[in-house]
Design a protein. Structure first.
Length: 206
């Protein structure tokens, strides 16, 4: 394992939880030029927000620079972004490069990795938690049906590899952003169809 299996994907991400504006009632995304901003209400009057941009465009800010760099990055965005930024506390924002984990195997003797420890990807598919839950369910089945832990781990890997590899592939496709003008045209015309098509294979049982 080790750092050799961790690969930066070329994006810098800001994440934070803050007060939810009244107009944000559902999963909301705004797309700028190479910048994505996502807001998801999580209850209790709060909203989880995520923003990313290419690392080559935005050097990683540190300390007191974090909020200012985020505000500058989102300066051209319309509501509800300004209100969300105004609600941020001084230490509310976490910023870090996005990295993925790729392993040829996920088990060593009686040790087996699941979830992001085994197959972390860029978050644009929002499948990290779902893949981890599936891992747990499939591992429980394998442990219940196989004769020993080593065989259960081998069966688990064989069952999970195609699905997690598909998520990797799909994530890499979505990380390659189109020019803004073309992207906007495609999403207006085919956005709903593309969204459903991108996730349809995951509706099949794991």
């Amino acid at each position: 394992m080790g750092g050799r299996n961790v690969r930066p994907v070329g994006q810098l991400a800001w994440r934070f939880v803050t007060e939810c504006p009244p107009e944000v009632t559902t999963w909301t995304v705004l797309l700028g030029r190479l910048v994505t901003f996502l807001a998801v209400p999580i209850g209790g009057g709060q909203v989880y927000c995520y923003c990313d941009a290419p690392s080559a465009r935005v050097p990683r800010p540190l300390g007191d620079e974090v909020r200012g760099a985020l505000a500058e990055l989102l300066s051209g965005f319309a509501a509800p972004v300004p209100a969300i930024l105004d609600s941020l506390g001084p230490d509310a924002v976490h910023v870090a490069p996005i990295e993925e984990v790729t392993l040829d195997r996920c088990s060593w003797g009686s040790v087996l990795l699941v979830g992001d420890a085994a197959h972390a990807t860029s978050p644009n598919m929002a499948e990290g938690a779902a893949m981890a839950l599936e891992d747990g369910l499939i591992l429980a089945e394998c442990l219940a049906t196989e004769g020993n832990v080593a065989q259960a781990a081998a069966t688990f890997h064989a069952r999970r590899r195609p699905r997690t590899h598909w998520v990797y592939t799909q994530t890499h496709r979505r990380d390659r952003t189109l020019p803004a003008v073309l992207r906007n045209l495609v999403l207006r015309r085919w956005g709903r169809h593309i969204f459903h098509a991108n996730y349809r294979p995951l509706l099949e049982p794991a």
